[in-house]
Design a protein around this ligand. Sequence first.
Ligand SMILES: Cc1cc2nc3c(=O)[nH]c(=O)nc-3n(C[C@H](O)[C@H](O)[C@H](O)COP(=O)(O)OP(=O)(O)OC[C@H]3O[C@@H](n4cnc5c(N)ncnc54)[C@H](O)[C@@H]3O)c2cc1C
Length: 405
Amino acid sequence: MPDVTSKPVHHDIIVIGGGVVGMSIAFRLVKEGREVALIEPNELGMGASYGNAGTIADYATIPVGTPNVLRNLPSLLFDRNSPLSLPYRTLPSLMPWLLEFFYQSLPKQAENNAQRIGALLKNASDMWRELSLELGASHHLHRRGCLYLYESNKAFAAAKYDERLRRQNGVAVDVITADEVLRHEPNLQPFEGGAHFFPDATSIDNPGEVMKIFARNLVERGITIHPTSAVSIDDSDGTRINVHCTDRVVQANKVIVAAGAFSKPLARSAGETVRLDTERGYHLEFDMDTPPVTRPVCSAKRGLYASPMVGRLRIAGTVELGGLSLPQSEHRLKMLERGARDMFPALGEPSRTWFGFRPSMPDSVPVIRATKHNKNVIMAFGHGHIGVTLAPTTAAIVSDLVKLG
Ligand SMILES: Cc1cc2nc3c(=O)[nH]c(=O)nc-3n(C[C@H](O)[C@H](O)[C@H](O)COP(=O)(O)OP(=O)(O)OC[C@H]3O[C@@H](n4cnc5c(N)ncnc54)[C@H](O)[C@@H]3O)c2cc1C
């Protein structure tokens, strides 16, 4: 039972959620001399921030919703084997998110969203490089570029749209043939179509280990960690803000909501209705000394990344609009495995599997701002497919918002 009789512990700043976004914010604020506490019920960094494809995707200016996706939506949603799935039972609860997603996929909205995402991504790689040096994790970052395969002539032709949006937003893209791809990555199978190569892209070779290093740095810098779940935020008490948790109440001058896909009820308790939902994603890992690719390779057709990691190949991806409570789908894992074997026929059995929750907004643009009612309650969630990439950028924006308040 929560002990409501004792006086709440007071902090300067509380960050709710210890994923890559919350940890980046906490790290930045403590470096700037603030006293910071983090509320996180699980091991730090072990949500979506653990299971991703490890790309610092500063080329990822294209929102999930585009006219191309809208055009192909019926086959994407109703083909069980497409990279996008929607379990029917989640349809009623997902309808407001989906309607907004349809709207945001219209040509003008998609271009506008690409521009907003592009502006956020501008310095993402440099910021990660700087952060990794401060953390002592720079040996886990590699600048080897990233390949995006469009595996049919039709898909490659349609990718001209992506190319234009990327170039408009300052991304360096080399458009290359399938044969050139095989010269870069000879272990891939021959395919029809072509690819985009992002020569400047950086990737992380062990996201879980980088999260552990991050967590150690926070502890060493004296951040208080409350190992509990936040339930609601209450600012009715004048200048101080109470965060009600499952087993305690903690108090602060400022509160940052960074609980990834789980942030919606917390934002609601602070007076904000946000269209946050989740795109569930999966990964499979195949242990091996030398992965068959030297850089992350995205297969657009299969909706997956093949990412080389320390001692293993990680196959990560698929989008499942299934909410936070359904169990993992064995069908999705099988699909991912089939996709992996298509790409690399010599693979053995997977060594482990994982699924997790991308925190997703219908326009693919994260929410990074103060609440309308209280400038001391700041929201930092909804990073979708690019939360790792944008974590240091988000921390910089939050730091400015904290200084403004
Ligand atoms: C398959 C897959 C591949 C991906 N690939 C990439 C990629 O290559 N590059 C990229 O940039 N991004 C990628 N992403 C997206 C990226 O992983 C996420 O956007 C990012 O991890 C989100 O970080 P976060 O800190 O917001 O959320 P999380 O990492 O999920 O952290 C949220 C934290 O909040 C905690 N929490 C939840 N509820 C509460 C509560 N009530 N109180 C306190 N704490 C709470 C959770 O325990 C968790 O630790 C991928 C995602 C998936 C699923």
